[in-house]
Design a protein around this ligand. Sequence first.
Ligand code: ZN
Length: 247
Amino acid sequence: MSPDLQRLIDLQRLETQIADAKAKIAAHPQRLAEADAQLAAATHLLDTAKDRLKDNQEARRALEKDVALYQGRLSKFRDQQSAVKTNKEYQALGHEIETAQHDLGGVEEKVIERMVEADGIAADVKQAEAVFAAKRKEIEAEKKRLAEELTETEAALKAATDARTALLGQIDPRLVSTFEQVARVRKGIAVTTATRDGLCSVCHVHLRPQVFQQVRHNDGIIQCDSCQRILYYVPPPPPAEGAVVNR
Ligand SMILES: [Zn+2]
């Protein structure tokens, strides 16, 4: 392997690592926001269930006030009834009592309906609390993982950038310039392999036999005729020990 070619291969590896690390760092705030949004959705479900329970309790308290009101009215009529002098007055109050009893019965029924409903809502709240607790735990773990990943990525970026700086000092400036020109127009990939059947592995153009022959030697800087990327060749691995070889 030509030392120049090896350095360009190493430079490409570092450039790719740097680009990947930068993309990961750039995506970090979005991933954090997605985790927060998931937790916010679970919080919203829990709040909704709690609000329903609160509404139910308020409605029940209002009904219980009505119960007290009708009970008060009823006992007032009964007191009055025991004090009346005439049969007519007695009967009139009897009607009032009947009406008040009927109203009271209706409100008491509604109180019972609210109580039954409250049991269902309380079960919903309990379930939403369990879902929320599990989600919070999951999101906390996810955010911790994201923070660790960010620290690791930042360290990897620094290491790759330092290594790149050191490597650039060892490469002929004309080769660096070729590398940078190709990288600029080819989405950051200036060095790639030729496949075993003689294609550029990125643009998939068939290399001329003579060019492919040169690339296979890995002893110079050969560019793809089509995309201009610098090419190298990775020979197939030797057959594994114990593998059956046809002779
Ligand atoms: Zn190519």
